[in-house]
Design a protein around this ligand. Sequence first.
Ligand SMILES: *Cc1c(COP(=O)(O)O)cnc(C)c1O
Length: 453
Amino acid sequence: MVEKTKFLLDENEIPKAWYNVQADLPTPLDPPLNPSTKEPIGPDALARIFPMELIKQEVSRERWIKIPEEVREVYRLWRPTPLYRARRLEKLLKTPAKIYYKWEGVSPPGSHKPNTAVAQAYYNMKEGVERLTTETGAGQWGSALAFGTMLFGLKCTVYMVKVSYEQKPYRRVLMETWGAECVPSPSTRTEYGKSVLKEDPKCPGSLGIAISEAIEDAASHENTKYSLGSVLNHVLLHQTVVGLEAKQQMEIAGEYPDVVFGCVGGGSNFSGLAFPFIADKLSGKKPELRAVSCEPRACPTLTKGIYTYDFGDTAAMTPLLKMHTLGHTFVPPPIHSGGLRYHGDAPLLCKLTKEGYMEAAAYHQNEVFEAAKLFAKAEGFVVAPETAHAVKGVVDEALRCKETGEEKAILFNNSGHGHFDLAAWDAFLHGKLVDYEYPKELVEEAIAKIPKV
Ligand SMILES: *Cc1c(COP(=O)(O)O)cnc(C)c1O
């Protein structure tokens, strides 16, 4: 019999409920705090910018949360996504390890992000919201939300960091094709944007500024809410559709992973793959399972940050979140994995890492692209620079298996394609990528500015 390369599910096998890891945590998650009172934030404070259903999901401890039929209907456009066995990569590496990956690059926006964008657009539509605002760096999240809102008839305003807006036009074109309006940030649309432009008319923008503009826009307009593409509990919850499918597919392959890898920016794609497996570790069924977050050495949140309360944004406007952080004033060097340049990480992923259920590793961008090039050579797919971090983790693990002779089953989340990141690939291929190690003194400086709780 020919050995299988792809493990596919039928459309009716798309999960009917998301898995909520909060149900199985040994102790509850520390709540977000109001920065002035240092008291837990109540649902009312969040209701101005988020719909009620998502606020409920954020704090829910129910193990299973039903996926609305309307959302599953949209998921059918590209889900279930295939699970691949990377046989050609195994051969190229001459490893006895068995490498599997879940391929999220088949969605219309090309990544895992629409798994939550579609769900968020749906709940907002149900509650009568007419427009969503958000921020985007290079445009992956903005384009996913543009896609999601289009499907449920909502308007969408995306504040895009001005340098990216000018230098990386293609995701903007995608957003506009799907009917969203894309505004270079800082803009004159908001009081905050105007104040920034008054100080510095040539300001290139930052994710922090764009977040502040998107929140102000939502808070100051009727029937308008704000949407976030990673970090929050409800976002990670929606992404578990990835891991739940992967679990069914690994079963068809007759396998359970020894180790799971994923790249971590805010933590949503990796948590989405890993949490349904971590459930078995939390219950004691699979105590030996390992889950490894892969991050850039230039923004080493989990490997070098500290676990404490900090602001979620650079402008110090959001509630305080308990997480690994490099300090909200931390400015990451200009590496090409835009999606991984965040000073913090999802509180759920951080807690599980702090308590030893998950681990983390950090890599330089050149070695990361080197691994992704091997992957492209073996498997064909040219992955996103973010995803390439997970590929590096997997290749290293497979090479360790080659030394020890272990036939480990390795699984990773192949979070997206790199077709809009070819300028980064070009820089790598022509030896123009610089490796940054974040200087210890600068980490200490930013950490000194974290609020005391
Ligand atoms: C945005 C993005 C990431 C990083 O975000 P997470 O929330 O950590 O998943 C990773 N991969 C791709 C392809 C992305 O677009």
